[in-house]
Design a protein around this ligand. Structure first.
Ligand code: ADP
Ligand code: TRP
Length: 354
């Protein structure tokens, strides 16, 4: 029986952190036995914000080693680099003809990244009109590139070209997935075809994952500077966790849990045993909790998870020949499906040979 297709990718913009691991990578590893999995390194997407060629090149190799070290088995799942599949770039051009600039401009990630490009703080520019005004009026050395605007088209193409049914991603990517479904539906109904499959998120029946940062609020993210990286040395991890923001501690039994503490317990839920988490929740409820103990435990549980991965990353990075083989095989699998889909779409849209 044909297995359903799972597709996901991560941008090579730096080392992977616990947010990437729990939001995406750990799910990739769990899915590879039961689905036809394709995992890629989104180097074209990285170009929307990264303009340093050497850093991009190094990061592609880094993410590849991290995929493998975290347990993606290239015998089970295809691993490829986005730009090794040129069909993606052509379909991106074609699909863009059915995507509105208005809907792209309203995407939360676009507004967020555009604001960062222009160096505008979150509070300085609240309404859609204000941000539009800033983008249109921006002078040339602070421009928001068109690639950033059409980021969701490219992401939709990654998914639709592979006919993927499931897309394991963290919570912040759900809006992009919603747009992908919309573009697929629109294309199918415009041409009266059933070309594209509407993809779904995949969370093993649980809630979408959002890994918090250690700075008291928000999510763990590269640009937030609050990450624990898979490649971090145990000493560095212990230091980062011990510095995490806490509060004064509960003064009355069963007090509500503040955000920084909820975040630490949330991280603990991902890395520690359920009994350990319960023990600290009980200690919070009866006011006997000591945040120093909570952090020590959390740090050790994170190190137990990341240290074997870190050691494998370093070994894998030294083996260029193996890495090249993995990518060549992955690209072959990805291109086989991509060229089929592209040929169908060209035909549907009227780009036909005489
Ligand atoms: P970053 O936000 O650090 O730049 P990316 O945008 O490259 O990370 O994310 C790659 C994958 O990791 C996506 O599937 C994204 O949803 C997931 N991810 C990133 N940060 C988190 C987080 N804090 N919690 C859950 N998932 C996350
Ligand atoms: N936009 C995703 C991110 O920032 C990366 C990505 C690009 C992706 N194309 C994709 C994820 C296709 C899943 C499927 O993390």
């Amino acid at each position: 029986m044909n297995k359903e297709i799972v597709l996901s990718g991560i941008r090579p913009t730096g080392n992977l952190h616990l947010g990437n691991y729990f939001g995406a990578l750990s799910k990739f590893v769990r899915l590879q036995d039961d689905y036809d999995c394709r995992f890629f390194i989104a180097d074209l997407h990285a170009l929307t914000t990264n303009t340093d060629p050497d850093a991009l090149h190094a990061n592609v190799k880094g993410i590849l080693a991290e995929y493998l070290a975290a347990g993606i088995d290239p015998e089970k799942a295809a691993i490829f680099v986005q730009s090794d599949v040129p069909e993606i770039s052509e379909l991106y051009l074609l699909l863009n003809m059915h995507v509105g600039i208005g809907e792209l401009m309203r995407t939360a990630s676009f507004k967020d990244k555009a604001r960062k490009c222009l160096g505008i703080g979150k509070d300085a520019c609240e309404t859609e009109e204000e941000i539009e005004h800033q983008i249109i009026g921006a002078d040339n050395n602070k421009r928001v590139c068109a690639g950033l605007l059409t980021y969701p088209t490219l992401m939709a193409v990654d998914i639709l070209i592979q006919k993927a049914k499931y897309v394991p991603v963290g919570k912040d990517q759900l809006q992009h997935l919603e747009l992908t479904r919309r573009f697929a539906r629109r294309f199918n109904s415009f041409y009266g075809v059933e070309e594209f499959i509407e993809p779904e998120d995949f969370n093993f029946g649980g809630k979408p994952v959002k890994v918090p940062g250690l700075d008291g609020s928000g999510k763990m993210g590269k640009s937030e500077g609050n990450c624990i990286y898979l490649i971090d040395d145990p000493k560095v991890i212990r230091k980062k966790v011990m510095r995490a923001v806490t509060d004064q501690g509960p003064t009355e039994p069963n007090s509500p849990i503040s955000e920084p503490i909820a975040n630490l317990l949330g991280l603990m839920e991902l890395t520690s045993s359920p009994e350990t988490v319960q023990q600290f929740r009980d200690a919070y409820a009866d006011c006997s909790i000591r945040y120093g103990d909570l952090k020590k435990q959390l740090a050790e549980d994170i190190v137990a998870l990341t240290d074997p991965i870190r050691q494998r990353i370093n070994d894998i990075l030294a083996n260029d020949e193996y890495l090249r083989k993995v990518l060549a095989r992955g690209a072959e699998v990805a291109r086989e499906q991509a060229s089929k889909t592209l040929a169908e779409v060209r035909q549907i849209m009227g780009i036909r040979h005489f």
